[in-house]
Design a protein around this ligand. Structure first.
Ligand SMILES: [Fe+2]
Ligand SMILES: [Fe+2]
Length: 263
């Protein structure tokens, strides 16, 4: 009889949809768990900001498009996360922790929420650009999860700069903006780390992965994506330039035809 451990030891099996790489699979699955509460927060932040700001009609159109994009992303990732739960991961426990944290953020003042939303949007935009540049992050195979990520990343690039544009209409100081941006980055990284650990421990408990396989997948990821990680760090640091967002605004006009939901 084949044990659960030996059954999943092979490198070409499909338990890890992202080219059989456990770490890369956990990374994007961990991201997916964060997406619905994040999108809910961004929609709330933008709606609160729009109520207190006078906007040109083009800005109104951009914010409406962003809200409908994010609402669809949230729905699609909820379905993605239900698939994770059906695979045996303790998603509800993770979601509860993230939702509790998001509830506290939603209670903040509209201006503060907009600064956080702009920071999240900038991070998702630079990550999306890197992810779509090559198949080093998301497999080129037409698997469900990869289709979701490619679609979501394209839409993030399309609506980049919308929240930043709203932020320019308020009198937020440079220091406040970049300190919140740094905090948001730290928060997201720690959340990702916790989620990856939870997914890994779940698989360990179910004997689906060995420590060696996880370690090997992490090393492979770092070696293969090292240059991209440096580029990502450089793009992240660009937010500290006082004119960050200047080149990112009003890009809805360049929107390509990406509104096709993943299969
Ligand atoms: Fe999104
Ligand atoms: Fe977005």
């Amino acid at each position: 009889m084949v044990s659960a451990t030996s059954k999943y030891k092979g490198s070409g099996d499909k338990i890890f949809w992202n080219e059989g790489n456990a770490f890369k699979t956990y990374l994007f699955d961990a991201f997916s768990i964060i997406i619905p509460p994040c999108e809910h927060f961004i929609i709330d932040a933008v709606e609160s900001s729009v109520k207190s700001t006078s906007l040109f009609s083009s800005d109104k159109k951009n914010t409406e498009s962003l809200i409908s994009d994010e609402a669809r992303h949230s729905q699609v990732h909820k379905a993605y996360n239900r698939k994770l739960a059906a695979s045996g991961y303790a998603i509800e426990k993770i979601e509860k922790r993230i939702n509790n944290a998001m509830d506290k953020l939603i209670a903040l003042q509209p201006e503060e929420k907009l600064i956080i939303a702009a920071a999240i949007e900038y991070l998702t935009m630079i990550i999306s650009l890197i992810v779509l540049k090559s198949a080093r992050w998301v497999t080129a195979e037409k698997v469900y999860q990869a289709n979701v990520w490619r679609w979501h990343c394209k839409e993030e690039i399309d609506h980049q700069g919308v929240t930043e544009n709203l932020l320019k209409k308020s009198n937020v100081t440079y220091f406040r903006r970049v300190s919140i941006f740094t905090s948001v980055t730290m928060y997201l990284l720690s959340d990702l780390f916790i989620n990856i650990c939870s997914l890994y421990h779940c698989d360990r408990k179910n004997q689906k992965i060995s420590r060696y396989r996880f370690f090997r997948s992490f090393v492979f990821f770092v070696v293969n994506n090292g240059l991209d990680l440096l580029t990502l760090t450089y793009q992240w640091a660009k937010y500290f330039r006082s004119d960050s967002g200047k080149n990112n605004r009003n890009n809805r006009n360049n929107k390509s035809n990406n509104n096709i939901l993943p299969a």
